[in-house]
Ligand binder design. Structure first.
Ligand code: NAP
Length: 438
């Protein structure tokens, strides 16, 4: 039997994910070697604090604070520090030294991915980042490899577990956003500062990555329209429920024809109504799922744990073994396909159905006035339901109207809503939410 060569692995970061990666590299060295065709030797772990308690018992002599020297001696570098610097400089240094890099750092990829991919291409090494989108779920490799012979038309993803947990809590208990967020924080699903999750920024970074791979064009954060879930009320959830929908924060990337034969890609993150029978509606708690539509494959769904040290370490190890195999077999780095050249479209160009809640005067002719106004703006109504309320104190009746439209452009919808607000029979527009999958 030929002796397997040894590849040196540098690990940058030993937190939630890094510690589990180190554990698997050490504990499973025997099973990883034949699968890889090389022994993967954990050469060192760069951290900030050498004396910090670690979740996993690891040899002390592996630890260093000198990441720069560590990456220079490695064949493969795993970056799990997070943040922009020093992660970016260390990744660049690794690439320039001919090492392949595995990272889970979506914030860095969203901020500076294109420059890093270009450096990796130039150096002929791999830069892989399966863990950056939807944790344990293998989704980037299927999009990049398995579907490379197909044409993806649309990707809908629940890619942020924190917001899915909060919306699921609101849906199942009737809680307000603030209470569901507090519960998510108590259970460790949301951070003390939940801004990146609840404002949709984390999902937007992942949407940019999904869109780039799906449409063979590099998109960054600036191309992503982003709306979080802080404006979703218990009343929105209840109304959606009554109408047979569930509200999810979706990362959406879809190809849209411009009407002149050209195409563009709409990349967006926003709360979205999904019919309760849609496969993504069944994604509960902090789980993630990505629903892919491709011309030949049809509909596909990828489901699993979107975060957590051990599940995310699984995705990191998959990338590591794949990059190591490539080194062993002597092939070039994985060439990212960027030949799509499809422009990113502004949010105004997106077309979806809409759910609109209106508080209206209970008078004859109101429905006709509203229907006519929608028609004048080219937005056609699919469902219109009216519920009458009587205020117990004043005895005044008001009506609540719930409208679901057929697909319309954002621009047409925005103009319609503005015009509706101007009608004398409208007390208020209580919600405007986009609908997918209906
Ligand atoms: P974490 O628990 O905060 O761990 C970060 C590690 O990096 C720590 O060991 C820290 O060292 C080290 N570090 C940070 N800054 C450093 C610096 N300037 N110099 C040297 N070491 C430094 O992070 P994590 O949750 O494991 O996440 C790691 C990466 O994976 C992030 O990019 C994250 O977005 C991504 N990711 C995480 C998850 C998840 O579920 N956690 C899921 C998907 C992707 P000390 O321990 O000494 O402080």
């Amino acid at each position: 039997m030929t002796e397997l060569r040894t590849l040196k692995v540098a690990l940058l970061g030993c937190g939630n994910v890094g510690a589990q990666v180190a554990r698997i590299l050490i504990d499973d060295a025997g099973t990883l070697a034949p699968r890889t065709g090389a022994r993967l030797e954990l050469a060192g772990i760069a951290v900030r604090n050498l004396d910090a308690e670690r979740e996993v018992d690891l040899p002390r002599d592996l630890f260093t604070t000198d990441g720069e020297t560590l990456v220079k001696e490695a064949d493969l570098v795993i970056e799990l520090m997070g943040g922009i610097e020093p992660a970016r400089s260390l990744i660049l240094s690794a690439i320039q030294n001919g090492a392949s890099v595995v990272t889970g750092n979506k914030a860095l990829l969203a901020a500076d991915g294109p420059a890093l991919y270009e450096e990796a291409d130039k150096a002929g090494v791999e830069l892989s980042y399966e863990a950056a989108v939807a944790g344990a779920i293998p989704i980037l490799r299927p999009i990049r490899d398995s579907l490379s012979g197909d044409r993806i038309t649309r990707v809908l993803g629940i890619v942020n577990g924190t917001t899915n947990f909060i919306l699921d809590q609101m849906d199942s208990t009737g809680a307000q956003f603030a209470d569901a967020l507090a519960e998510a924080q108590r259970l460790g699903y949301a951070e003390a500062d939940p801004t990146a999750d609840v404002e949709g920024h984390d999902a937007a970074a992942k949407a940019a990555i999904l869109a780039s791979l799906s449409f063979h064009t590099r998109f960054d954060l600036e191309n992503v329209y982003c709306e979080g879930i802080t404006g979703v009320s218990a009343a929105d959830i209840a109304a959606a429920k009554e109408a047979g929908f569930v509200i999810k924060l979706l990362a959406i990337a879809e190809k849209i024809g411009n009407g002149d034969g050209s195409e563009g890609v709409s990349v967006r993150v926003h709360p979205t109504l999904l019919p309760r029978e849609h496969p993504l509606a069944a994604v509960r708690g902090a789980f993630n799922a990505v629903f892919v539509e491709a011309e030949n494959a049809g509909e596909l769904m990828f489901y699993g744990q979107g975060a957590g040290g051990t599940p995310t370490a699984s995705a990191v190890l998959g990338d590591l073994v794949s990059a190591a195999r490539r080194i062993v077999l002597g092939g070039p780095g994985r060439i990212e396909s960027t030949t799509g050249h499809v422009p990113a479209l502004p949010i105004d160009a997106a077309t979806t159905s809409y759910y609109i809640g209106l508080d209206v005067a209970d008078q004859p002719g109101v429905l006709a006035k509203i229907a006519q106004l929608f028609a004048e703006h080219g937005v056609s109504i699919e469902i219109m339901r009216q519920t009458i309320h009587r205020d117990a104190d004043s005895n005044v009746e008001s009506a609540e109207l719930r409208i679901v439209t057929h697909r319309a452009s954002e621009a047409a919808l925005a103009a319609t809503v503005e015009a509706v607000k101007g009608l004398d029979v409208i007390n208020s527009v209580t919600s405007v939410l986009r609908v997918e999958g209906a």
